[in-house]
Design a protein around this ligand. Structure first.
Ligand code: ATP
Ligand code: MG
Length: 413
């Protein structure tokens, strides 16, 4: 099957030109280049995807160097892996030397040697991701589909390429469910059976790799569908026994996406995911996924604030009281709690902090207090603090109000 016409229609002009340039340059070097992976799948599905992924029979780094010389691209080459990234102003292009992989043991990173396109496709996760389109001038646009990926796309099936696939790399369990939910496909019968059988193989996967797949899931339009399904399959349990993929998560993820100004959405999802965890559960989870320090802190703080929320459950708190309770938390943590709380009072206070209180500043600063004759030091600190509190609580409004209060506090009025 030849897809040359479809490529013309699918790719924006600048990418099409680039692909054609690369095709020519590869041929000049005596190499063959192919489009592979998600873009081929999405082109056949008619979904937009402009992540250009190329596999080269030959030397991808050499080809990338040459392409970089003739275009405005920044080159990032990994000689050892035979891969290169070309960074343009508003997109990137990945080139990889076709590789052959062998797994020393389940879950380990594979040993890699140069290979053919076929070798490169056989190591992939699912048939729908194991297709390529030739860019070689003599068969430009030809679909290479050794595992009948196109047929599986048409039948809405997710299929592994060999029975050992999930044991070689159990992250494919997470990836498979992600595609199943994204495209509303089904697992082919044997794939479904092996997926369930191999769930315990997730224990062989490093924290970084599991976290990476969760991050991938959190980029989906509706990650809660993937999380719920992983829960039903018993995958979440295997990663951490306290992880749930229930209706609560689905509801809160959905609400998080509707926020007008969400904090970093993936981080917010992480904080909501652990909202029902005990102190012990969360430590185990952070360690299992090797969560980086900054996100770990936000997730721990989310639970710490959760335990303090009852302090906010009073009908008439002063703005300054709300402020002092919340000022030590970053907006992400407060947002997670605002989404999670069942109390409308608490929700209102958390929102008040996020939208107003955290931005309240006094009109006068230290320099201006000096001009009023208040000298720098602990006393000035105290004056500034009182001014800020009065401003929060609406006891001072104008600059003149603040000056008056400052002078009376310093005994100079
Ligand atoms: P997405 O639209 O989710 O980005 P994608 O197909 O581009 O889909 P990537 O995670 O970007 O997925 O990976 C690119 C390609 O690399 C995949 O199409 C697949 O062929 C291959 N791949 C990625 N991860 C694995 C894995 N764990 N095992 C085998 N092949 C993989
Ligand atoms: Mg991709």
């Amino acid at each position: 099957m030849n897809l040359a016409r479809q490529i013309e229609e699918y790719l924006p002009q600048h990418l099409l030109k680039l692909v054609k340039d690369i095709s020519g340059q590869a041929a000049n070097l005596g190499q063959r280049a192919y489009l592979v992976g998600g873009l081929v799948r999405d082109l056949l599905l008619g979904y937009p995807n402009f992540d250009l992924d190329l596999v080269v029979e030959g030397d991808a780094v050499k080809l990338a160097q040459q392409v970089a010389e003739t275009s405005q691209a920044k080159l990032l080459a990994h000689h050892r892996f035979g891969t290169a990234k070309l960074r343009y102003d508003n997109f990137t292009l990945d080139l990889a030397t076709a590789r052959k992989e062998t797994y020393a043991r389940p879950g380990a990173l594979p040993a890699v040697t140069p290979g053919t396109l076929k070798d490169d496709l056989v190591r992939r996760d699912f048939s729908i991701n194991a297709m390529a389109i030739s860019l070689a001038p003599n068969d430009y646009g030809e679909l290479v589909d050794p595992y009948q990926g196109k047929n599986d796309l048409e039948h809405h099936l997710i299929r592994i390429l060999h029975p050992g696939s999930f044991t070689d790399d159990a992250t494919r369990i997470l990836r498979g469910v992600c595609y199943e939910q994204r495209f509303d496909f089904e697992f082919e019968a044997q794939t479904a059976r092996l997926l369930k059988r191999d769930i315990p193989m997730l224990d062989t996967i490093s924290g970084d790799r599991i976290r990476h797949e969760l991050e991938h899931i959190f980029e989906e339009d509706r990650p809660e569908l993937v999380i719920e399904r992983l829960g039903d399959l018993g995958v979440l349990d295997r990663i951490s026994p306290s992880l749930k993929g229930d209706g609560w998560i689905a509801e809160k993820f959905d609400e998080a996406r509707r926020l007008k100004k969400p904090a970093q959405l993936p981080s917010l999802y992480f904080c909501l995911l652990v909202y029902s965890f005990s102190k012990k559960d969360i430590e185990q989870f952070l360690a299992r996924l090797n969560i980086p320090a900054k996100l770990s802190r936000a997730m721990r703080d989310t639970l710490r604030l959760k335990t303090s929320l009852p302090l906010l459950n009073k009908p008439s708190l002063k703005p300054s009281e709300i402020y002092y309770l919340l000022r030590e938390y970053e907006p992400l943590v407060i947002q997670a709690n605002a989404l999670a709380t069942e109390s409308t009072t608490i929700h209102r206070y958390l929102q008040l902090f996020l939208t107003k209180l955290r931005y309240v500043k006094t009109s006068l600063d230290g320099d201006e207090l000096k001009k009023l004759g208040i000298s720098a030091g602990p006393k000035m600190g105290k004056v500034l603090q009182v001014l800020h509190k009065a401003k929060l609580d609406g006891e001072v409004r104008t600059r003149a109000d603040e000056e008056k209060l400052a002078l009376s506090l310093s005994g100079r009025s």
